[in-house]
Design a protein around this ligand. Structure first.
Ligand SMILES: Nc1nc2c(ncn2[C@@H]2O[C@H](COP(=O)(O)OP(=O)(O)OP(=O)(O)O)[C@@H](O)[C@H]2O)c(=O)[nH]1
Ligand SMILES: [Mg+2]
Length: 332
């Protein structure tokens, strides 16, 4: 760690690492630049911060420009990106509106949504990105829809439980995903399953979501849907407009990303439990260190862990696999 960096600076840097939007990142970098001790030893770091700041400002401008125009991709933000896939009028946009601060158009006719729209969803102390999409259909779909869906970390397959054709809707989804060379899975694939994938096919974790559970016909359809697909994917019934099961949905979406939250602390200090680092499940201590700072990976000697698998403060080696909720003290 470069000498003389103050706790103020470290805290701004920590927030920068966890920032999910351009605006937040820019604010953190500005703060880091403001509080960094100004002397020869930090010249390089100051220059580096300024360079990153100007690049981010450019990117932020570009994003704003594309949002006004035609968006062909959705920049990932937060702990993971989940893209919604479903036929017209099932309530995808209503779900985005219910779970995030985004304000998509929700209307009682099909093909309301024409462009992808992201929103940030909060689950406890993490933010993840949910992307509303135009509906899928057998008729016309834009080619960028497959690109965005393939790029997602996970998929939310949305159907309307009040619709008598709900089973056809699930079929439509699987057919379209197959065309797009995406395999919706319940969880991580085994090595054999990976090898068995056709060329170009990407596996993506998926949750089958039955929306409009508040409607009369929904209960029966939900029973049938669970019976047919309940072993293939995790399933959940919700109502976007009545708020039914939305808390459970937030948790399921977090689970779908298959990540763990870890917290770092300095020796003798308390961890900041509001700002977790989110890591793919199976990550090691040294991978956490690399996320905190690129130099930390090479310099890391060992770590101490406060968590579920280890007794408090137990020393672990670089290859220790971190668990959900671990507090990690990095020793360089
Ligand atoms: N009863 C009920 N109606 C809902 C629910 N969710 C959405 N709706 C209604 O269903 C209609 C369609 O909702 P949208 O969110 O626009 O559906 P969409 O899937 O985004 O539709 P497209 O943009 O055409 O793909 C609207 O009239 C919503 O108010 C729900 O949970 N219960
Ligand atoms: Mg919509």
């Amino acid at each position: 760690m470069p000498a003389n960096l103050t706790p103020q600076y470290m805290s701004a840097e920590q927030r920068f690492k966890q920032a999910s939007t351009h605006e937040e990142k820019i604010a953190c970098l500005e703060e880091m630049l403001r509080v960094i001790p100004k002397h020869k030893g930090t010249d390089k770091l100051q220059a580096d911060l300024k360079r990153r700041l100007s690049k981010l400002r450019q990117e932020a401008q570009k994003t704003a420009a594309t949002r006004r125009g035609y968006t062909l991709s959705v920049e990932a933000e937060g702990a993971g990106q989940i893209v919604m896939v479903g036929p017209p009028n099932v309530g995808k946009s209503a779900l985005l509106a219910a779970l995030t601060k985004a304000a998509p158009e929700v209307a009682d006719y099909p093909f309301t949504t024409r462009r992808p729209m992201p929103g940030m969803m909060t689950f406890e102390n993490v933010q993840l990105q949910l992307v509303d999409m135009p509906p899928i259909s057998h008729e016309y779909m834009e080619s960028w829809m497959s690109q965005i869906t393939r790029n997602a970390d996970a998929l939310l397959l949305v159907v309307d439980l009040s619709d008598a054709g709900v089973l056809d809707a699930v079929e439509l989804i699987t057919e379209v995903l197959q065309e797009w060379k995406i395999l919706p899975t319940a969880g991580a694939l085994t090595a054999e399953e990976q090898d068995a994938l056709d060329v170009g096919v990407v596996p993506r974790r998926a949750l089958l979501l039955g929306n409009k559970y508040d409607m009369l016909a929904s209960k029966d359809n939900w029973d049938i849907l669970q019976e047919l697909y309940g072993t293939r994917w995790p399933t959940l019934a919700v109502s976007a407009t009545h708020g039914h099961n939305l808390a459970a949905l937030r948790r399921e979406l977090y689970t779908l990303l298959d990540i763990v939250r870890v917290y770092t602390k300095a020796p003798g200090k308390k961890p900041d439990l509001t700002a977790p680092f989110t890591m793919p499940r199976g990550s090691t201590v040294v991978e956490v260190a690399a996320t905190v700072h690129k130099d930390f990976a090479t310099n890391l000697k060992f770590a101490r862990i406060w968590g579920t698998e280890k007794y408090d403060g137990q020393m672990v080696q670089r290859d220790y696999v971190v668990q959900e909720g671990d507090v990690i003290e990095l020793h360089l």
